[in-house]
Write a protein that binds this ligand. Structure first.
Ligand SMILES: [Zn+2]
Length: 182
């Protein structure tokens, strides 16, 4: 029997031992924190940001998230819709350049628990790099330290790839790359 592939069922979860706990919506709180490397935010545009999934299906599993706290895709205004789409495209390019996967999956859970998401009131698009014969990274690599090292490494590689893109501004070592699409 073929396995149903649904990497977006693997949601962002807060890791124990990773410092402060988050009060409220993590996708609203993390971008406000101003510690991008620790928060694992790797790129930001005017209205969206790219966050590494800290429970990755594969290395390079990220989410592209509008800044606005909104559950309904249909409710996004035009400017946010376009900014989010542009950042998705840039993210796919960065993942390709940084990690050279054989393919990508991209998708979102909408409509709450029925769709499989756990943070269902702040929409987000998963981008998951795929390699031939890959297997869900988390069950295979169950050592938390190894996962954290892999996340740190992925953050560095993606940050370097975003930094090469048109309209990129690179700040301090711990800051996300800022992208301007104008
Ligand atoms: Zn939110």
């Amino acid at each position: 029997m073929d396995q149903v592939f649904a990497p977006w069922r693997i949601e962002w979860v807060e890791r124990d031992g990773d410092g402060e706990s988050i009060d409220g919506c993590p996708f609203c709180v993390l971008p406000e924190r101003d510690v991008d490397r620790d928060s694992r935010i790797v790129a930001r545009s005017a209205r969206s940001f790219v966050l590494l999934n800290n429970y990755p299906y594969n290395p390079g599993h990220v989410m592209v998230i509008p800044n606005v706290h909104e559950a309904e895709y249909a409710a996004l205004d035009e400017a946010t819709l376009l900014d989010h789409a542009r950042l998705k495209q840039r993210t796919m390019r960065a993942v390709d350049d940084a990690l050279g996967p054989s393919g990508l999956n991209a998708g979102m859970n909408l409509g709450g628990a029925a769709a499989g998401g756990s943070i269902d009131d702040h929409l987000h698009t998963h981008v998951v790099p795929r390699w031939a014969g890959d297997t869900n990274f988390m069950p295979v690599i169950s050592d938390t330290k190894v996962i954290v090292e892999a996340l740190d490494d992925t953050w560095e590689r993606l940050r370097d790839a975003f930094a090469e893109q048109a309209g990129a501004t690179v700040g301090g070592d711990d800051e996300a790359v800022r992208l301007s699409f104008d």
